[in-house]
Write a protein that binds this ligand. Structure first.
Ligand code: ADP
Length: 272
């Protein structure tokens, strides 16, 4: 099977405040190269924990994870070289764009620093940075600015540019538009779609918002209480749900928001 990410029967138990919290139970998911996959479910269903485990920010308690053929079940045991190789494949985008950038540095120096982690002797830095900014729909002159001078949407674009700086194959996007104004949400969603369509960068898109997930993915997993309760093509999962949990989840989403992504609002990769 040609899958970039293979999560197999992963469990996660947190030990907190003297008790055990089971966040994941025997979760198996697959993400193909260049594929857009959704991970949906209510708050507390385990989505972030799964995303963080895939991105190497958390260790699973059981089960296995394979990324691009590398066994990523136990990151600390990997060589530094394999760890860097994995970091390069998988980059994470978080909900809060404001907390993800160093406020003291210019955007250009933040991007340069990230490029140098993986390519210490990288050349043509100015051109690389300009290309990165253009690829997320920002003018290259943003390299001179500091995060304070950016709007929420521009912030998130820079966070995406920084993720792209290491040339990843897949992005783990954890509620990446939840903190943005609705008008800006559509632009950022379109950016993810075009990065996938035009550059083959896949993503695992984590959201509690079903009207958002149907815009950006072809396949989705529905999570409830730490388990995957349903999965399949997004139109089937959302159009003809089999699991009572998915039915309830769908009823809680207002229908009016389903088609708000206006045609012509595409803020594509490669456009300034
Ligand atoms: P979601 O992303 O779907 O909202 P999470 O993965 O954040 O769900 O949380 C799943 C469960 O794990 C919740 O019960 C949450 O309280 C618990 N949890 C998440 N992170 C921790 C942690 N660091 N320590 C203890 N419990 C946690």
């Amino acid at each position: 099977e040609d899958k970039l990410i293979a999560v197999t029967e992963v469990g996660k138990i947190f030990h907190s405040g003297g008790r055990d919290v089971t966040a994941l139970q025997s979760v198996s998911i697959r993400v193909g190269d260049g594929e857009g996959v959704g991970l949906v479910g209510e708050s507390g269903s385990g989505k972030s924990t799964l995303g963080r485990i895939i991105a190497g920010l958390e260790l699973p308690s059981s089960g296995s994870i394979e990324i691009a053929g590398i066994d990523a079940s136990d990151w600390p045991k990997l060589s530094r070289r394999d760890q860097l190789a994995l970091r390069r494949q998988v980059q994470m985008i978080f909900q809060d764009p404001y907390s993800s950038l160093n406020p003291m540095r210019t955007i250009g120096s933040t991007l340069e620093e990230t490029i140098r982690v993986h390519e210490p002797s990288a050349k043509d830095m100015e051109r690389r940075i300009a290309e990165l900014l253009r690829s997320v729909g920002l003018d290259p002159e943003y390299a001179q600015r500091k995060p304070m001078a950016l709007s929420g949407g521009q912030h998130q674009r820079v966070a995406i540019a920084r993720a792209l700086a290491v040339r990843p194959r897949v992005l783990i996007c954890d509620e990446p538009v939840a903190a943005l104004d609705v008008s800006v949400q559509a632009q950022i969603l379109n950016l993810f779609s075009s990065l996938r369509d035009e550059r083959g960068i896949g993503y695992l898109f984590i959201t509690h918002d079903l009207s958002i997930v149907r815009q950006v993915v072809e396949r989705a997993y529905v999570m409830s209480k730490g388990r995957v309760v349903e999965s399949g093509p997004v139109d089937e999962v959302l159009g003809n749900p089999q699991d009572p949990y998915t039915v309830r989840l769908l009823q809680s989403v207002p229908n009016s928001s389903a088609e708000w992504l206006a045609p012509g609002s595409r803020a594509g990769a490669g456009e300034a």
